[in-house]
Design a protein around this ligand. Structure first.
Ligand code: ADE
Length: 243
């Protein structure tokens, strides 16, 4: 899979994509992530990427032409394989794990980072396939959101994670938060570990973990809890826990 992050601050993005699992995936050859400098797609002496808003008002708006030219260049370079073109903006749909799974199946993901007061709406309407937000807060630019999305998608690309089984234990995979985890020592500063985890009884451990997922999700995330479809076994576990 190829991911391009189009930005006026490539120097902000580059160190992150050269680190950790993202670097590993790239070394393994299953992933290619790059920062593209939006200014390379300008034609004036000052390499202008923004301008004042039509209709007046405070701040600057990012011009459409460099984004259109950047996307055309990157898609041509990638051989016009199917692509999702994402604008990161607080006005977008809220990014979630299901979208990460969807994007990981597309060969080319292009992330366009906004700045200032926003991006010319024609980029959103006629170039982007998606407008995404990473949460209800306003950041100074789209670079961190683009990196968040690139990271969440990359770890789902086969060959990026060392142990793909760990994906099955992700939070949100079945609409539930992940259960608590413990490691050695079994007692630390007087704090113990739930007995069942030390028992070696795999079926009991699986039941305990499932119950923790249910309890945590119900308590911490009523929004997710509303959408969970409980199995008869889940209902039994919850009933037993309540007794
Ligand atoms: N740009 C600024 N804030 C943002 C957010 N919360 N999500 C996505 N893009 C943004």
């Amino acid at each position: 899979m190829r991911i391009d992050i189009v930005t006026v601050f490539p120097e902000m993005v580059e160190p992150v994509i050269q680190c950790s699992m993202l670097a590993r995936g790239q070394q393994a050859g299953s992933l290619q992530i790059r920062a593209a400098d939006l200014r390379q797609f300008t034609h004036d002496r000052h390499r202008t990427t923004d301008d004042t808003p039509f209709g007046g008002g405070a701040g600057m708006v990012m011009k459409p032409e460099p984004f259109f030219e950047a996307v055309e260049h990157l898609r041509e370079e990638a051989g016009w394989v199917p692509a999702r073109i994402v604008v990161t903006t607080p006005q977008g749909r809220l990014f979630n794990q299901q979208m990460a799974v969807e994007f990981a199946q597309v060969p080319h993901l292009i992330l366009l980072c906004g700045h200032y007061e926003g991006i010319d709406e024609r980029v959103c309407q006629h170039l982007a396939t998606d407008e995404l937000s990473i949460g209800d807060y306003v950041l100074t630019g789209g670079e961190l959101p683009a990196l968040v999305i690139a990271d969440a998608v990359s770890r789902l690309v086969p060959g990026v994670l060392g142990n793909p089984e760990s994906l099955q234990q992700d939070s949100f995979v079945d609409g539930l938060l992940a259960p608590p985890q413990y490691t050695r020592p079994a007692e630390y500063r007087g704090y113990g570990v739930p007995e069942v985890l030390l028992s070696g009884h795999h079926a009991n451990i699986a039941r305990w973990r499932r119950l923790q997922q249910l309890l945590r999700t119900r308590e911490r995330r009523p929004d997710l809890w509303q959408k969970v479809s409980l199995t008869p076994e889940d209902i039994k576990l919850l009933r037993e826990a309540e007794q």
